[in-house]
Design a protein around this ligand. Structure first.
Ligand SMILES: Nc1nc2c(ncn2[C@@H]2O[C@H](COP(=O)(O)OP(=O)(O)OP(=O)(O)O)[C@@H](O)[C@H]2O)c(=O)[nH]1
Ligand SMILES: [Mg+2]
Length: 655
């Protein structure tokens, strides 16, 4: 297999996932051992473990056709096949977006192709992923390079349709090639999307590669811009050194890629491919180097990004160098510099995202449970003092203590009941919060928009309507933020009351972080403003523009709010968990204390025996607290080290 930087990064990623899973499983047992687990916490841990199993490190390649995106993928990842595995040739080659990964659910090799006609339906691309019956499946024999390459050839398939049909399918007719045999018709991609699952070591460990076609594919499949690219940890924009930054390169960059610059935890790079065309043996290497540097500087100016983010390479020579084992050619291709940067970037960014979501949540869960054990220990300390003080007490004194403990139990029950109203208040407030972002107000806004769009006579009118829709969505978010603030205040006062009533240390309430959601939504809205403009102004047929608007922006917003509702529900469960754990733990303690006093009273036990038993309990608790501390330390060590910026940005919502 190829020996590049990715091998190290991807296996580190897998080790990382495994060690987190190990800690989580250990924590689940720890909870059970300490009587702190219940169905809810158990289910949550299972969910986190499941998500962990299907986390991918994603790297996406985009750019105008024929810049060498696919050649680059062949050179970086699949040179061990000794030939090109993905089709790469002059002219338009890759016809549909192609995802290469290993399907962790099915654990099988396959090539699935989604027919282009599915674009006529309203179903978004993301929904098709789980609808296997809509895809055409081609078997993959992955140990035969030739057969593998042949199967992959279907990614390049086109079909001939009338201009009208092409437009209906969402293509910009001016971008398409004429059918040579039939000038009435145009060539369009036969497939809308390709999923390639195969058991390559890098992919098995969780790497996912996204290859996109040039030919303004991003424009005709907005979900790519919206979902697939922003989810990646690195996006590589490929240019060719001989062409420089052409008008169409720049257009793709400005319309679809540039906005990713502000995404947290996403590395954006430009690759200046085909530097071998600048290699000139006659004028020597120094001059060549100068020429390359010149193009890099120009590119940086055009794209408005730092020169350091532009990486000159020759994909073709890199592939050749690897296949022929020609070290000096490989070195000259500069591919290894690119691989270094990319592999570090994806790992660092992924760690940052996972730190915020999975690891963050796990640490919080452990900290909370640890808090419960600590206060359990405190209470036992107090009990010990009490027992010590009854050494040599008379029967009537003991009787008093038994009575006192009975009263304490009754008191505890009362307090438990007194907790209910504030809990109910918080539950009701959560309902209010969910209503604000509920399906109903959303559907209303959507229906209104649809109606207005159908009614509007001009594209300017449609643009105005689409803007109004985005404003309504934003207003909804503002209200959500206001209500969330109130919710957080309620949660806080419930925690304060709890610690006062039960005389335990104040637990730290985990607040609902509305601001993070607001920022996320803002990203979606900013991006869609741009895309909608292009969409509405370029699609001449109104009904098509409407359809596309709904398939992209509206769908994005729906998905976002659905996720938000899930997160709010999850949060409302999580906020109660530590309190429930505390209550159960305290109740058990009171009960066992009471039983022990009774036993002392009836001479079934001695004070010394009781003290010994309590000592053992304290020792066990200390050990368990120490264990959880070690788990926490291990997890904290996994805090992102390589990635620098924006670490705290996207939390919860990426789950
Ligand atoms: N000289 C030279 N040619 C290259 C290099 N990389 C790719 N090419 C050639 O450029 C052509 C296009 O390469 P592809 O990999 O198909 O380009 P692409 O960006 O994937 O193009 P689409 O799939 O059409 O979007 C092919 O003929 C490649 O052999 C390179 O580093 N040097
Ligand atoms: Mg290609």
């Amino acid at each position: 297999m190829s020996t590049n930087q990715f091998v190290d990064s991807v296996s580190e990623f897998e080790r990382w996932k495994n060690s987190i899973a190990r800690e989580l499983r250990g924590f689940r047992l720890w909870l059970r051992r300490n009587q702190l687990s219940d169905d809810q916490s158990d289910l949550r841990i299972k969910q986190i473990l499941d998500t962990l199993g299907t986390e991918y490190l994603t790297i996406a390649f985009a750019g105008e056709f024929s810049r060498g995106k696919t050649e680059l993928i062949n050179a970086i990842f699949f040179s061990d096949f000794g030939q090109r595995i993905l089709p790469s040739q002059a002219g338009r080659t890759t016809m549909c977006p192609t995802e290469l990964f290993y399907d962790q659910h099915v654990k099988a090799n396959y090539l699935r192709l989604l027919p282009i006609e599915t674009r006529l339906q309203d179903t978004p691309l993301s929904d098709y992923r789980n609808m296997t019956n809509h895809w055409v499946e081609i078997p993959l024999v992955t140990n035969e390079a030739e057969e593998m390459a042949q199967a992959m050839h279907s990614i390049t398939q086109t079909k001939s349709v009338s201009r009208k049909e092409a437009i209906e399918l969402g293509f910009d007719a001016s971008m398409l090639d004429e059918d040579e045999d039939n000038p009435e018709k145009v060539e369009i991609p036969a497939w809308r999307h390709a999923l390639v699952s195969f058991a390559h070591p890098l992919l098995q460990q969780g790497l996912r590669i996204v290859d996109t076609p040039g030919l303004n594919a991003l424009g005709s499949e907005p979900e790519l811009t919206y979902q697939l690219l922003p989810q990646a940890q690195a996006v590589v924009f490929v240019l060719a050194a001989d062409a420089g930054v052409t008008a169409s390169d720049l257009q793709i960059w400005e319309d679809h890629i540039e906005q990713l610059k502000t995404r947290p935890n996403l590395g954006l790079y430009a690759v200046l491919n085909k530097i071998d065309v600048l290699w000139d043996e006659l004028s020597g290497r120094k001059k060549t180097e100068k020429a390359i540097n010149r193009v890099v500087r120009q590119t940086a100016r055009h794209l408005k990004i730092p020169e350091d983010d532009i990486l000159p390479v020759s994909a073709q020579k890199a592939l050749l160098g690897r296949v022929r084992d020609d070290k000096s050619l490989l070195l000259r291709s500069q591919i290894e510099e690119l691989e270094n940067v990319l592999s570090n970037t994806i790992l660092g960014n992924k760690e940052a995202v996972m730190w915020e979501s999975i690891i963050g949540e796990t640490t919080r869960m452990i900290e909370d449970a640890q808090g419960v054990l600590k206060s359990r220990k405190e209470k036992i300390d107090k009990q010990q003092d009490e027992i010590k003080s009854i050494r040599g007490s008379t029967e009537s004194e003991l009787q008093k203590l038994v009575e006192k403990s009975r009263i304490a139990q009754a008191e505890f029950k009362k307090r438990q009941l007194a907790l209910k109203p504030s809990q109910r208040l918080l539950e009701r407030q959560t309902e209010v919060l969910l209503d604000v972002i509920g399906k109903e107000p959303l559907d209303e806004a959507i229906q209104r928009t649809l109606h207005e769009m159908v009614e509007s006579k001009t594209s300017v009118g449609m643009l105005r309507t689409s803007r109004r829709f985005l404003q309504a969505i934003e207003a909804m978010m503002n209200e959500f933020c206001r209500e969330a603030e109130l919710t957080n205040k309620m949660a806080e006062s419930m925690y304060v009351k709890f610690s006062r009533d039960f005389d335990v240390e104040l637990l730290e309430a985990r607040y609902l972080k509305a601001k993070i959601y607001r920022r996320q939504l803002q990203h979606i809205l900013d991006e869609s403003t741009q895309v909608n403009r292009n969409l509405i102004l370029t699609l001449s047929e109104q009904s098509l523009a409407i359809k596309r608007f709904f398939a992209t922006t509206v769908n994005q917003v729906l998905v976002f709010y659905k996720q938000l509702r899930n997160d709010v529900r999850q949060w409302s469960k999580e906020i109660m968990l530590p309190l429930r754990q505390q209550v159960n733990s305290l109740k058990d303690l009171l009960e066992s204390n009471h039983q022990q006093l009774l036993a002392l009273q009836y001479n079934e036990a001695t004070v010394e025996g009781r003290l010994k038993a309590l000592n053992t309990l304290v020792f066990e608790l200390e050990t368990e607290i120490h264990n959880s501390e070690q788990s926490l330390e291990k997890l904290r060590k996994k805090a992102p080290s390589k990635s620098s910026s924006n670490v705290v940005e996207l939390a919860h919502a990426r789950r």
